[in-house]
Design a protein around this ligand. Structure first.
Ligand SMILES: *Cc1c(COP(=O)(O)O)cnc(C)c1O
Length: 370
């Protein structure tokens, strides 16, 4: 349990408890608690509308849609991915019996560097799995051009990119499929939860089979599916949270503005500005410490903050490619990943959520601005 005096990196967006009670009564009365219930259907429809995407399939967390996307597309052999992510991205590739191939990242958005992709392609490559890291859109045009040239599928891990738009279009429409996480730590949450965004009704149908053991009707099983269905309680919770997510994103935006104002003239600290034409979701506020210019290493600052109860997080350190399970892969060599290696040693994600007060910000910035 967290000490209440600590400032945590995030805080879950929670629906109004009375409204949640009322909706629970409704579920109790219906006696239908999971398996494609009313709230499940309503949340899928509401999310399609909110996100401006054609089809969405809900999941019980954000890892299973990654696994299922690769299953649905029958991806095999090698999958090109980024080491600068949450470990689930690479795990999903491994769980499908595929080999992850790491490529370096672009420091301007911390996403996969498209210029490094071609050199990583072999005759066994079948797919690319980039991550819109911190909700910053990848260079999707360049990635798609390479995928088209080599006949590869692109599956985006869009766990950070809820509500992100580029030139008025959802970034979730990019690639073959995009996955979302609705974990409590994300901008939009259903406690645990996730989704897969797909382009057409046939693919959604296939995904819906796969997330329910492969059942297509009462007696037919069409694939070795899994169980990753979202239940009615979390779908109802998600419907309530959807009503307040825009307000939460706007509050995060205000926090980002204040961080940028305060950090603009601090030597040795880099941060991201908004990108032109992009609707950001302000899911994270990473800063990157140049130890020489700042006069303190990232870890010195990180532990100083921690000692004062300001719990930033080093997302993403260590790199996935350094974990014992993956470091034996040829592409995991640090020489192959110089940018990711450097950035993993520079980053701290500052506390960022809808409920940070002025006093919280003053306390956080008081430890950083020098
Ligand atoms: C959170 C996250 C996931 C996993 O989502 P869960 O809902 O926790 O299973 C996958 N990829 C990235 C980049 C994430 O941040």
């Amino acid at each position: 349990m967290n000490n209440p005096d600590n400032i945590t990196v995030t805080q879950p967006l929670l629906p109004d408890l009375d409204e949640f009670h009322a909706i629970l009564s409704d579920i109790w009365d219906s006696k239908w608690v999971t398996n494609n219930g009313r709230f499940h259907k309503r949340l899928e429809d509401a999310l399609c509308e909110y996100l401006q995407v054609p089809y969405i399939s809900l999941f019980t967390n954000g890892t299973l849609p990654l696994l299922t996307a690769l299953q649905a597309l029958r991806i095999s052999g090698e999958v090109i991915t980024t080491p600068y992510s949450f470990v689930a991205t690479t795990h999903a590739i491994w769980w499908n019996g595929c080999r992850p191939v790491f490529v370096d990242i672009d420091p301007s958005n911390c996403g996969m560097d498209p210029e490094k992709i071609e050199a990583a392609i072999t005759p066994s490559t079948t797919a690319i799995m980039p991550v819109h890291c911190y909700g910053k859109p990848c260079n999707t045009e360049r990635i798609q051009a390479i995928a088209d040239k080599f006949g590869l599928k692109v599956i985006y891990d869009a766990a950070h990119a809820f509500g992100v738009e580029v030139n008025g279009e959802s970034v979730l429409k990019q690639g073959e499929m995009s996955t979302l996480s609705f974990h409590a730590t994300k901008v939009y949450n259903t406690l645990e939860g996730g989704a897969l965004v797909v382009k057409d009704a046939e693919t959604k149908q296939r995904i819906d089979y796969l997330k329910n053991f492969g059942f297509a009707g009462e007696t037919e099983v069409v694939a070795p599916g899994i169980n990753s269905k979202m239940d009615e309680v979390r779908a109802a919770y998600g419907l309530l949270n959807l009503r307040q997510v825009d307000e939460a994103i706007e509050k995060r935006h205000q926090v980002a503005i204040k961080y940028r104002e305060a950090l603009r003239n601090v030597k040795g600290i880099r941060f991201f500005n908004d990108m032109p034409g992009v609707r950001h979701n302000y899911s994270y506020f990473p800063i990157f410490i140049n130890a020489e210019e700042y006069g303190m290493t990232r870890d010195e600052l990180y532990f100083k903050m921690k000692g004062q109860g300001v719990l930033g997080r080093r997302y993403f350190y260590p790199l996935i490619s350094t974990f014992s399970t993956y470091r034996g892969l040829p592409s995991a060599a640090p020489e192959n990943l110089p940018v990711a290696t450097r950035i993993a040693n520079e980053v701290i994600c500052l506390p960022m959520h809808h409920d940070l007060s002025e006093e919280d910000l003053a306390r956080i910035l008081g430890l950083i601005v020098r």
